[in-house]
Design a protein around this ligand. Sequence first.
Ligand code: PYC
Length: 311
Amino acid sequence: MKVIDSHTGGEPTRIIVEGGPDLGSGPIADRARRFREEHDHIRSAVCNEPRGHDAMVGGMLCEAHEPGCECGIFYFNNVTTLHMCIHGTIGLIATLAHMGRIGPGRHGIDTPVGVVHADLDETGKVTVANVPSYRYRAGVPVEVPGWGEVKGDIAWGGNWFFLIEGFGPDVEVANLHRLTDFSRAVRRALAAGGITGEDGGEIDHVEVFGPPGNPAEADGRNFVLCPGDAYDRSPCGTGTSAKLACLAAANKLAPGEIWRQASILDTVFEGSYEALDGGRILPRVSGRAWVTGQSIYHFQPDDPFQYGIPT
Ligand code: PYC
């Protein structure tokens, strides 16, 4: 198996470019389900130690099902497959360019949540037009053991997010452990209270907002807890999409206006949106990825951790 590694604003992406499992043909969502049900050991082998670590996001490069797409992709992490991942898509575009498969221009990518388009420019900047996003509920109260009542918005940005501002620890890198504890407690309280996305989907990402470290470079800083309990080193593209949906719903950002979202590490994604019918938006998120290496993996039958150390 061959993988190519990159990072997008600090968040790693590892794309399986050769030697992945045979998932057949058909819609990417079906192939992602087949991967989850029949090849979960490959997810663990790629993302977990000793080859990976808890922040690693993997991607399985496939033939596209939808016409006009450059490729298909689905993403996974240390515990599960993801609906969508924008930092991963920015990493995928950098990887395809590194492989010589694509150059600057617009590229269609077939994903489990629909076709997305990514523009690569001459400088390496990638802009992803994400799936339609929306705020589902605003100011939802949840009683969080040890932290009291916390209010947040529920929004879809390709994953379900609970977006919190004004509660919990300050969004500063010195508070990483407390932010992780807080966000995990919020996610547990949401699950215990039966609070879900509109489709009953689990809210598996928690996003806490604070002021930017440097207002000349960003409009806000976030901390994002991912499903496997790692924090997103990047500003999280699906999380930025969910934020844009909330700003649009609250009339705080006009269509086409730029929102600069900094991560907890102060790496920045730029976001803007186009208004769609029914209160939905089409978010566009820009960032940059850098290829860091490539590897050939060996699976030795007598290696007790050939498929990773489960998280
Ligand atoms: O950038 O969308 C994103 C993402 C999701 C999980 C980690 N990063």
